[in-house]
Design a protein around this ligand. Structure first.
Ligand code: HEM
Length: 509
């Protein structure tokens, strides 16, 4: 008996020693080798602490940037929203590296390199996914398109992409316009008999986008999915906390208060999704919307078969990605037009000319809203909802003059590149939709609010059509100015958001 317990003790000691050695290897030895290799190429960065890297510096930078709003409504916002992309390159040059625990993040802002990586067909760069290797951060989007790669990603993308092709999205225009109309009707009611009143467009456009994605993708409505949207908002806050800390392997199983909340949120979201699929599934099967296509793919014999858990993961992804991004695009576009009255007037004149005063935009005339499209593109440049994209090297890679070790996360700061004077000229920080006149396009790696290459945003058509329809209809019915209660404080909360809301004064036209 004694000898059995000695053996068990010995086995436990060996397992513990193995675990510690593995931790030392991945937390100390590998980072040391990578850092040395990057330093030899002249790539610097903030000094890192051995275990946590620069996680604490990163949090401190964010907290300092957020502690005060900007002095006025201008567009030099990179230092406030993503201070790591201004503070560190100013001190350490470009490219530079910072660390999250044992993992390096190499920040690359050269458009040519961005393009090379994003369009690389060899598999040398993996989508790190939301939260990289942090399973607590991954909970938000589950194992949906945003966070998966390889064969699984290709199979899901094949099933999902047809739901968002431009012809199918155009067919949704009447529903999108009806949703926008009902939200704008509520503004009128809220304004009662007053000719001008304040609206927080950030809140309003979140409801609009939630309703649109519910309808277009799931044959449902905001009211039906309200609980899921609320739960996901809570989940997003917890995912953000996880993303800013270094993940210790196994920590997700420790029953801390936050981990218990994460678990119960996840459980409730998945079971609500399951119910939603049961309720809406049958009527969606014929409509060829996202849910319908995924359910067809779940049938036995389909080459791109998706299981029910995979479908739930995708539903989570689309509920979140479909709402947050477009809502923020519309919010910033409205604020920008409220500030730049000359562009608001030009855009309204165009809308009235193309749609008249009372007609909704239609699939036939939407492409004639050229100034509205220019305004949206310029908004996506200055206030890109997705602030950065990342990829992780799957092997040692030569990238231009850089020799990048396997396991390095490459960060491409969309917002930083979109505001770079070397790329855009001296007026880079100014709102000037004329840059996009006559369909003018830019280097793929210099302007990429929706990403580039095979993983380009699958919801891009929906986002652009929804933004055009909603902005055009808002212009048709109201004039707007920035409210004196608006405080300009763009911040990164997964996407780029106004920290204290987006209050505008609307005037009935
Ligand atoms: C203004 C609105 C939007 C912006 C700026 C935006 C931006 C982006 C960006 C930058 C990516 C990353 C591409 C990459 O890593 O290579 C992406 C991917 C994605 N977006 Fe969007 N997005 C928007 C709207 C939407 C909408 C409305 C949906 C859903 C209907 C959506 C669903 C997705 C999905 C599922 C992916 C992953 C695609 C893949 O990996 O295959 N997005 N988006």
């Amino acid at each position: 008996m004694a000898s059995l317990s000695s053996w068990l003790l010995l086995a436990a000691l060996v397992a513990a020693a193995h675990y510690v050695l593995r931790l030392l290897h991945s937390f100390l030895w590998v980072p040391y080798l990578i850092e040395r290799r990057l330093r030899r190429q002249g790539i610097g960065g903030p000094p890192r602490s051995l275990l946590s890297g620069n996680a604490a510096d990163y949090r401190a930078l964010l907290a300092a940037a957020r502690s005060a709003p900007l002095a006025s409504f201008h567009h030099s916002i990179v230092a406030r929203a993503t201070p790591q992309y201004t503070e560190w390159p100013a001190r350490y040059g470009r490219p530079f590296v910072y660390w999250f625990g044992p993992r390096p993040r190499l920040v690359v802002s050269d458009p040519e390199l961005v393009k090379t990586v994003m369009t690389d067909p060899t598999g040398a760069f993996d989508k790190a996914g939301t939260g990289g290797n942090n399973p607590l951060a991954r909970q938000l989007l589950g194992e949906g398109l945003v966070g998966i790669s390889g064969e699984k990603w290709a199979r899901h993308r094949r099933v999902i992409a047809p739901a968002f092709n431009i012809e199918r999205i155009k067919a949704w225009i009447p529903e999108i316009a009806a949703t926008a109309s009902s939200i704008l009707d509520k503004w009128e009611v809220q304004g009662e008999s007053r000719t001008e009143f304040e609206v927080d467009v950030h809140k309003e456009f979140h409801t609009l986008s939630a309703d649109v994605i519910s309808c277009v993708a799931f044959g449902s409505s905001y009211e039906e999915g309200k609980r899921i949207f609320q739960l996901q908002e809570e989940q997003m806050k917890l995912a953000l906390l996880a993303m800013r800390t270094v993940y210790i392997p196994g920590f997700r199983f420790v029953p801390t208060k936050k981990n218990r909340t994460r678990k119960s949120l996840n459980k409730e979201i998945r079971s609500s999704m399951r119910k939603l699929i049961e309720i809406n599934g049958r009527k969606c099967e014929d409509s060829k919307n996202l849910l319908g296509l995924m359910l067809s793919a779940s049938k036995a014999g389909n080459e791109f078969k998706m299981g029910i858990e995979e479908i739930i993961d995708e539903c989570k992804t689309f509920y979140f990605a479909g709402k947050e991004t477009t809502a923020n695009l519309l919010t910033w576009a409205t604020l920008l037009l409220a500030l730049h009255q000359e562009w608001q007037d030009k855009a309204r004149d165009e809308v009235l000319q193309v749609c008249g005063r009372f007609e909704h935009p239609s699939p036939e005339n939407l492409s004639n809203l050229k100034i509205v499209a220019m305004v949206i593109k310029e908004t996506l440049r200055l206030y890109p909802p997705a602030l950065f994209i990342n990829r992780t090297t799957t092997r040692d890679v030569k990238l231009g003059k850089l020799d990048i070790p396997a396991g390095t996360r490459l960060d491409f700061p969309i917002i930083g590149i979109h505001h770079d004077c070397d790329v855009w000229g001296t007026d880079a920080e100014e709102f000037n939709p004329s840059r996009f006149a006559d369909g003018k396009s830019y280097h793929l790696g210099a302007y990429f609010p929706f990403g580039i290459g095979p993983t380009i945003c699958v919801g891009q058509n929906l986002a652009m059509v929804e933004a055009k329809v909603a902005l055009a209809m808002t212009l048709q019915r109201f004039a707007f100015t920035v409210s004196s209660s608006y405080v300009h404080a763009p911040m990164m909360l997964m996407t780029l958001q106004p920290q204290y809301g987006a209050q505008v004064i609307v005037h009935k036209n």
